[in-house]
Design a protein. Structure first.
Lengths: 479, 479
């Protein structure tokens, strides 16, 4: 691919200036105005100066950093266009090959959806030309929505799984890329021949992905048993050993849908697999798949007992509200998970979920929490601040980048978006057209910053994501 | 305003050619390709020719219609850009003055939301300059999302209510415009002085609106008691008489939130008002407010008994899924209403709902129906076809335009959108930028038309609404 040069290319020293908003804690956003954030050639934040006088930069700030003034590229957020810098979004669960099916799910639920829509499409992506088209598109699309890091499932095909990693690396999108393991209960045309074959193919993909990005700064492999029903006990046991041997992250699905849960119970009775209990969580735990680097997608119907096991193992949950509503899977109790100390991020779960946007996931997390709250669980409701935390800092915990991305602090890396809500609405009766190009958010001018953020959360889209950086590198810009 | 000339201006004869999609019934969309739809100078569809050869138009079709060929303006949908004509959307419930608050609702529910966010903003819109800015914006915005007809609540202020009607008429958006009646239980700064004052102000606004559009082709007045808690019994009784006297439509809210329902029960006991029963529905029925032209917003918690009364009166329900989820009001059982013969449309209910888009409402109606279905009510789920019916033909029933708009049939009026999903995705690795201007829907080229429509429903936005016509007049165009 000849792509390594591009991603390891040192960028210039950069100074970002203006308004910065980021999740300080689960419940609070930090708002910094007239602030300068210095990002070095490695993409690391080396200084933050609030209430900063930009005209003094060359004479005082740059010398202190040891920067030659003419080596610095300066980027400001435009107050006139209601712009601000925000951490990049982290999509903690999505299936790259399913992207062409977004919005196509009819009235299906998980198990018939897999058979009808999903397996045929995934199988067809072993065609490298088709895979290239689809994977390029999903990377460009998610970058344009501000996703700086994504935990991807590819397919069972090694060549095109590796291609996905190549394309992420070249585009500069951080990614966990997982070759999907599945040696049973899927169609004959789309199934690993044996547990041994599945593990060998997984190792092959891991080796390749580690070869193209040896430090794992941008792309990393992830061990990916599809979900318990499509993995034999020997396969899961081998993958658990592989996780222990390599220290690599793991991703899979858990407790998404009631039919699936019943199936798992039937397929993996505790006695047969030597589990200490009879739940979905016990299955993964028995095979060593619950580590502190495991991302469990969904967790809609988890029991108290299961959550305690997940908590003890340090595994994390990817909440996928759009998918859970679209496929009628259920309404996950995020507040309940958070109160039990589980780390939670957001996942688009395309194409169970129809939207490529983590902002939309934050919005839908707020809505689903209200469905959980309806009638009797008032405190289930998630706030604007909380869902934006899940979309950024929460997600960073899931992808193994806690303290590294998801906020703006010295020592963190510059994975960020420049958000612009457009000029304030003024009374020009037919001024509509160019205003609409600025997106779907209307700021009238009297709103507080928290209200502007709420407006962005609920009506924002990719038009508001003006620029996106990963590790200091500009990876997307709207013209 | 000098606006009458514009709206009564005869347009040219027009021929629309290409792909047309519209709801034939609740469950089925009609797909017409290579079809010609002839629309006369009054905006009425006078002929539909499927499998049409456009090159023959001048020699055979136009003479049959009595049209001089050079008097006809021709508009084609571009197959290369996945374009099709679709009926305009009907927003059956929204509050124009609340538009600046979209997305701003915190963790509130109905009654505290009214006090905290809504009444102060509405009261401030008695300032004509501010009202002009806000109302122009909401009209432009909803038109850009394909809303060809809207049932607006204004405020209690007559002057600016009339201004809203003026602006709708000039922009060419069909509208019901209601001066809001409220003589109790709202803040002193925003309340009618008495029932008599409220009715007099309502009459004044009705007279004005009927004077600017005497045939009511574009704008019509609507009698608008805000909701039972903010209207005294004498006020509701007078408004019921006014509805009977004038034959005008009525719009109000019903059974949105459990606190509100309890409040109504407490405020209007059956004995006190002489009602035949003790429900929210009985209150309106007692005062003659349930007519076959009444639009009831929400209806989330209606009982079987209430629905039977509503059905008997021929009143209709505006389903507002976005608002119901955002304000934690509940999940309305739309399938249950439809099965009881209630006519249902969709409402954005801005700013209880945060989105100006009826397409987004159709999407959220699908999601909310899945929350109703979760676990045990499988058949509650609404299909793509059903929610698009609610957004168009269903809405037409609510606003008194059944058989006139909402579909493409001879004799109906041309209220339509040109939808474009953009060119098929091709493998150009960095072709992303201009593609993104085409919107958020990616068509790969192998999708069936029903799947393209599903993709539009779930990821479409105003970028896909290329042109909008009302009664044959072009009222919005994306540059």
């Amino acid at each position: 691919m000849g792509s390594q040069e591009q991603t390891t290319l040192a960028t210039q020293n950069q100074l970002f200036y203006g308004t910065f908003i980021y999740p300080k804690t689960l419940t609070d956003l930090e708002y910094l105005h007239n602030t300068a954030v210095a990002v070095d050639q490695n993409g690391t934040i080396v200084a933050i100066e609030p209430d900063y006088d930009l005209s003094q930069a060359a004479s005082t700030f740059f010398p202190r950093l040891g920067w030659a003034p003419d080596s610095v590229s300066i980027h400001s957020s435009l107050a006139s266009h209601n712009q601000f810098f925000f951490p990049g979004f982290i999509d903690t669960h999505l299936h790259a090959p399913q992207y062409p099916n977004v919005g196509i799910f009819g009235k299906s639920t998980l198990l018939d959806w897999l058979e009808t829509y999903t397996f045929p499409l995934e199988a067809s992506l072993s065609d490298p030309a088709k895979a290239r088209t689809v994977y390029n598109r999903v990377i460009r699309k998610t970058l344009s929505h501000g996703t700086t890091c994504a935990a991807y499932y590819a397919t069972k095909d090694v060549t095109t799984t590796n291609l996905l990693a190549d394309l992420c690396l070249r585009a500069g999108q951080r990614a966990l890329v997982g070759r999907v393991c599945m040696d049973q209960l899927s169609p004959k045309y789309y199934r690993d021949a044996s547990a041994a074959d599945s593990v060998a193919a997984t190792r092959e993909s891991i080796t390749y992905i580690q070869s193209i990005d040896p430090t794992g700064a941008i792309v990393r492999p992830v061990i990916t048993p599809r979900f318990a029903p499509s993995c034999s006990a020997p396969l899961m046991a081998e993958l658990g050993k592989l996780a222990a041997e390599t220290g690599l992250p793991v991703q899979t699905h858990i407790s998404e849908n009631e039919g699936e849960i019943a199936l798992v119970k039937e397929m993996f009775p505790a006695k047969k697999i030597g589990a200490k209990g009879d739940t979905y969580t016990h299955v993964y735990d028995t095979f060593g798949l619950l580590t502190d680097k495991t991302i469990l997608a969904h967790g809609v119907h988890l029991s108290e007992e299961e959550v305690q096991i997940i908590k003890a193992r340090g595994s994390k949950v990817s909440h996928c509200p759009c998918s859970n509503s679209a496929l009628t899977s259920g309404a996950a109790r995020v507040r309940w998970l958070l109160e039990r100390g589980i780390e939670v991020g957001l996942g688009t779960d395309m194409s169970g979920g129809y939207s490529p946007s983590v902002l939309e996931m934050a919005r839908q997390a707020a809505l689903v929490s209200r469905h959980v709250a309806m009638g009797y669980r008032e405190r289930a409701k998630l706030t604007v601040e909380e869902v934006l935390y899940l979309a950024t800092k929460g997600g960073a915990e899931l992808v193994g980048m806690k303290g590294k991305v998801g906020g703006f602090e010295v020592g963190m890396e510059w994975d960020a978006q420049l958000i612009g809500l457009g000029r304030d609405v003024v009374d020009e009766e037919y001024e509509g057209e160019e205003k609409e190009e600025e997106g779907n958010v209307d700021v009238f001018g009297w709103e507080s910053w928290p209200n502007k953020v709420a407006k962005w959360l609920f009506n924002g889209d990719d038009r508001n994501t003006k620029k996106v950086w990963v590790k200091g590198r500009l990876v997307h810009e709207r013209k």
